[in-house]
Every structure is written in structure tokens, then in C-alpha cells.
Design a protein around this ligand. Structure first.
Ligand SMILES: Nc1ncnc2c1ncn2[C@@H]1O[C@H](COP(=O)(O)OP(=O)(O)OP(=O)(O)O)[C@@H](O)[C@H]1O
Length: 297
């Protein structure tokens, strides 16, 4: 497991110092896909660069299975940087083979792995094309292949799904999922909450240099469930406002939303039934989008 603890990072000096990471802590578990989400400038790319060692941190600790991360482990990480980084003029297959060789694979193994990956990512037919001849979405897939080609010990991917059509998202996801299933920790950042919600096992929500919420989607939904209820009564529900330990958050005729503990909510339900009937009643379910908006406010 990769463990990030109390990470701090500032840019600049004196009055222009920007404290970007302010004690960031989270885990990237082996075999799971961890989605790293946060608004623009939250510190996702900075954190990933520190993980890869291309940027130093000011304080804090990163460990892998309990020991401080080192250059050897870092050299085995598959990284897809925000600024991308393949050569536009070089054929796709050739540069994947080159990258894999740089990471220690033999030419034969490099070629075998690169060819298989391109096939898996639906890019087999473009293997001999120069990168610049590919559409942006296909270039993106080639970047994913580049992060995977050397059989990485971990994956750190900055916005791997941006610009991909839904089919390409699914294809890429399947490849990443297979990699995670071999026990590799996978961290990917994304602005697309719907994509993250669908694709990742765990989420880390970042705001203002700190982790604001983390866990599985269900953990987050449960932790932020609050105690809000929705009642659709057959008759006017204005009386709910006067009930002890109840706070109405929305009221329109027989439709009311209110916060209350479970027992009080059940008492409201019984009262509504006695007053003329109930069409619907239940807890208000939150969306991940609402949780994200609240956590990053
Ligand atoms: N080399 C640098 N020098 C100065 N400031 C920097 C540097 N790199 C990042 N920053 C600042 O750090 C903050 C966090 O940036 P970072 O790129 O990590 O955010 P992010 O969460 O990846 O954002 P986005 O989603 O927009 O890519 C920003 O305010 C950015 O301007």
C-alpha cells in the first residue's frame, strides 16, 4: 500500500508563497482504483509529481508497504503526466518499445507487450502511425499504453479519461482494471465526477490542499447521508414545521423535506398517515456530486 502522510508543499517565497498542500494524507491500496478528485488548482498534479519524485515536498512522508518510497520503486511506477510526453513524430509502437526498453525490458518482450497493449486499447491498426497523425483521443490511449508498457508496480495517471469518447473510456477502464486486479495500486485524477463514480473503488476528494473526504462511494454516501427525509403527504404538510426536533428544509403543499433523527421521522410519518395518507416517504439520497460540492466548498 502506498501511504501519503501529512504532505506539505509551497511554491514561491516571501509574500508570494503559495501553500498548495497543507497536510495531505491518503492511501492508495493495492488492487484498487483510487480516484483523485478536486477542483482546478486543488493540488492533484502537485501530489502526483511528488509521488513520482519529479517534485520535492517540504514535509510529510510517503511510504510503500511501510518503508519510505525510493528511487527504485518510483522507476517502476507507470506515470501519465498532465503535460503528456510522447514524441509526436515517432511511430506509436516504436516509442512504446523504446520506453519499455528504457525500463529494462528486452526488445522482444517490449515489442510483445506494446503490441498486445495497443490491441487491447483498440489502437492495433495505428501502431505504425506517427503519434501526431492520431486523433487526440487516440493519442490519449497511446499515453495510457506508455504508462502501462513496462508492467508497472503502481499506476499514477493524471486525467487519463479526459477527451476520451464513452467507448474509449470503457476500453481504457477495462485495461486499468485488469492491471489493478493483479494487485497494482492505481491512482487517477479526474474532473469528471460521473466517470470517477463509475470507475473507481475509492475516492479521495481534495480541496484547498487537504483531503476533505475519502473512502468508497458507499462510505461517502453513508457518511454524508445526514438525516434528511422526504414526505409526500395526501394533505397539506405545513404542520411538520411545528413538530419538536424537526427542521423543515423544503415545504410545498403536501411535499416536505425535513431533517430529524430516525425515530422522530417515523413519528412524522405516522402523523401524516393519520392526517389523511402518505404517497411517499423515505430518506433523501445524496448524489456524489452534492457530496463533492459540499466537501470542496
Ligand atoms: N511550479 C509551480 N510554481 C508555482 N505554483 C505552482 C506550480 N505548480 C503548481 N502550482 C500551483 O499549485 C496549485 C495546485 O496546482 P495543481 O496543478 O497541483 O492543481 P490540480 O488539482 O492538478 O489542478 P487542475 O485540476 O487544474 O489540473 C495551483 O494554484 C498552481 O498554480
Amino acid at each position: 500500500m502506498i501511504r501519503v502522510r501529512d504532505l506539505h508543499k509551497s511554491f514561491g517565497t516571501g509574500a508570494s508563497t503559495a501553500h498548495v498542500l497543507k497536510g495531505l494524507s491518503f492511501d492508495i491500496r493495492p488492487g484498487l482504483m483510487t480516484g483523485f478528485v478536486g477542483g482546478n488548482g486543488a493540488g492533484k498534479t502537485t501530489t502526483m509529481r511528488i509521488l513520482l519524485g519529479v517534485l520535492d515536498h517540504d514535509a510529510g512522508e510517503i511510504t510503500v508497504d511501510g518503508t519510505p518510497i525510493d528511487a527504485q520503486y518510483r522507476s517502476g511506477i507507470g506515470y501519465m503526466p498532465e503535460e503528456r510526453g510522447l514524441y509526436p513524430k515517432m511511430p506509436v509502437l516504436d516509442q512504446l518499445v523504446f520506453l519499455a526498453q528504457l525500463r529494462g525490458l528486452t526488445v522482444a518482450d517490449a515489442r510483445r507487450r506494446a503490441t498486445a497493449l495497443l490491441e487491447r486499447l483498440d489502437l492495433g491498426a495505428r501502431a505504425k502511425d506517427r503519434l501526431e497523425e492520431l486523433s487526440l483521443g487516440n493519442q490519449q490511449r497511446a499515453q495510457v499504453a506508455a504508462a502501462l508498457v513496462h508492467d508497472p508496480v503502481a499506476l499514477v495517471l493524471d486525467e487519463p479519461f479526459s477527451g476520451l469518447d464513452p467507448h474509449a473510456v470503457d476500453t481504457t477502464l477495462a485495461v486499468l482494471r485488469e492491471t489493478a486486479d493483479t494487485g497494482v495500486p492505481v491512482l487517477f485524477s479526474s474532473h469528471q465526477l460521473d466517470v470517477v463514480e463509475r470507475l473507481c473503488d475509492e475516492l479521495v476528494i481534495l480541496a484547498d490542499g487537504r483531503v476533505r473526504a475519502a473512502g468508497t462511494r458507499d462510505d461517502l454516501l453513508a457518511a454524508h447521508a445526514g438525516h434528511e427525509w422526504e414526505l409526500r403527504a395526501a394533505t397539506d404538510a405545513g404542520w411538520v414545521r411545528a413538530v419538536d426536533r424537526v427542521e423543515a428544509t423544503f415545504l410545498d403543499g403536501g411535499h416536505v423535506r425535513f431533517t430529524a433523527d430516525e425515530a422522530t421521522a417515523q413519528a412524522v410519518l405516522r402523523e401524516a398517515a393519520a392526517r389523511g395518507g402518505v404517497h411517499a416517504f423515505g430518506p433523501v439520497t445524496r448524489t456524489l456530486h452534492e457530496i463533492f460540492t459540499e466537501a470542496t466548498r
